[in-house]
Design a protein around this ligand. Structure first.
Ligand code: FAD
Length: 408
């Protein structure tokens, strides 16, 4: 078989993992990335499930040795209610820990690892156009000198994240069922000194008065944290600017206020709005969409990078089989298996904002076996159909919510 050339748009986690996997299978992966790395990205708390894809791509040792903050679980807080989930207690087999990562460093590391495996990365090459009408896909690209050129491939994987290159160019954008939400976030020197504070957990903190408003606190290994707040845009109305809104809203939450009493806010407040997105199709002749270029749900369960890597792993496998002459049905072999886990997360995200999942999380008579199944999904094992909360997520979760509410 001739070596096949796969162009990947974007060097985020989905792009680098897909590239490394394709190189391992004997194909030539070329990434076109519009930025130079390291560059900032939001999405810093990983899930244990994604370690399996990092391992599959041959990058596990490099990630372990990079000195990122170990993550062992999630700590949910709502006023004086607290509920901790330790990934080691999960139902599904697999990695029990992961990391909380500064994405500039993490994404650069994955890209370097992909390069070490033979991937060619063209930095500051922005994809502007795509034509799938001929025998092979042709992309129009603007290079670092601002010169435009065309390039041909055997297949294109769109890993452009919120750039959403092919969804925009091919009119694949489709409405999401989630309302528009907005996040404000920053990095701080946290100076947290409390002896009972565990840097190995992400904290998800619910606003004392508005159950659909929540904060994340993601500690890094260098004494700094990522701190963010999520709500519908009207939450941020009436403030002079993001800076004022952020500080006022953090001050409204007593747990965070106490924890961060000595924090140094030394970085501008950043924001992103209307990030939930969907597409009408995850594939077409000559291309497939990975990670956020396909669907993005919501940040609350830190599922974005895990879904991005799962899509890379599935697509690399399906594409390799296609190159080897197997009859491939991208809907059956790629979109549907990917969708299974995305739908599990969708059920959980929807229930979180409706309040049902919050009642489950803070339920005071939790059964260890049920908690283990919920914990599995919080650890990213959303494709493990041995877990009833994956196989039949909607019905099982609705029943559990009812039970918790009746007996609370
Ligand atoms: P990206 O990481 O976005 O990478 C896409 C790359 O494509 C970029 O480098 C970009 O420069 C490049 N690109 C774009 N357009 C072009 C173009 N035209 N030509 C060439 N290159 C291009 N996920 C988690 O797992 N954990 C979290 O804690 C978490 N928190 C989040 C908080 C918020 C507020 C939001 C909005 C998201 C969060 N996410 C989180 C989601 C996470 O950020 C994404 O799911 C993840 O980065 C997706 O990876 P990706 O590889 O698909 O795309």
């Amino acid at each position: 078989m001739d070596q096949k050339k796969v162009i990947i748009i974007g060097a985020g986690p989905s792009g680098s993992i897909a590239a490394a996997l394709l190189q391992k299978k004997g194909h030539q992966a070329i990434i076109l990335e519009r930025e130079v790395f390291p560059r900032f990205s939001i999405g810093e708390s990983l899930l244990p499930q994604c370690m399996a894809f990092i391992e599959e791509a041959g990058m596990l040792q490099a990630v372990i040795e990079a000195g990122f903050q170990l993550k062992t679980g999630a700590d949910f807080l709502c006023g004086d209610k607290r509920s901790e989930f330790y990934f080691a207690d999960k139902f599904s087999p697999g990695f029990e820990t992961t990391f909380q990562v500064q994405r500039d460093r993490f994404d650069a590391l994955l890209a370097t690892e992909a390069q070490a495996q033979g991937t060619v990365i063209q930095w500051q090459h922005q994809v502007l156009g795509a034509d799938f009408s001929g025998a092979k896909p042709v992309l129009t690209v603007c290079d670092e000198q601002k010169a435009t050129y065309q390039t041909e491939a055997d297949f294109v994987l769109d890993a452009s994240g919120f750039g959403r290159v092919l969804p925009r160019l091919l009119n694949l954008e489709s409405p999401t069922n989630f309302p528009v939400r907005q996040a404000l976030f920053t990095h701080i020197e946290d100076r947290i000194s409390g002896a009972d504070y565990d840097r190995k957990q992400i904290s998800i903190v619910i606003h004392p008065k508005m159950a659909d408003v929540w904060y994340w606190l993601i500690p890094f290994s260098n004494g700094r944290c990522s701190l963010g707040i999520v709500g519908e845009p009207r939450l941020f109305d009436g403030f002079a600017d993001n800076q004022q809104a952020f500080h006022a809203l953090v001050a409204e939450e007593p747990n965070l206020s106490a924890l961060l009493a000595n924090a140094v806010y030394d970085t501008p407040i950043n924001g992103i709005k209307g990030y939930s997105a969907n597409v009408s199709a995850l594939h077409g002749k000559g291309y497939a969409l990975l990670g956020n270029a396909g669907e993005f749900l919501d940040p609350v369960f830190s599922s974005g990078v895990t879904i991005a890597m799962k899509s890379a792993s599935l697509a690399a496998d399906v594409l390799d089989r296609q190159f080897n002459g197997q009859a491939i049905d991208w809907q059956r072999d790629y979109a549907q298996p990917l969708q299974k886990g995305v739908d599990t997360f969708r059920t959980f995200v929807t229930s979180w904002y409706e309040g049902g999942l919050q009642d489950v999380i803070f339920y005071n008579q939790q059964q260890p076996n049920i908690k283990a199944m919920i914990c599995s999904i919080l650890a990213g094992y959303a494709w493990d159909e041995r877990n009833p909360y994956v196989k039949n997520s909607q019905n099982r979760l609705n029943t559990l919510v009812e039970l918790c509410r009746i007996t609370a």
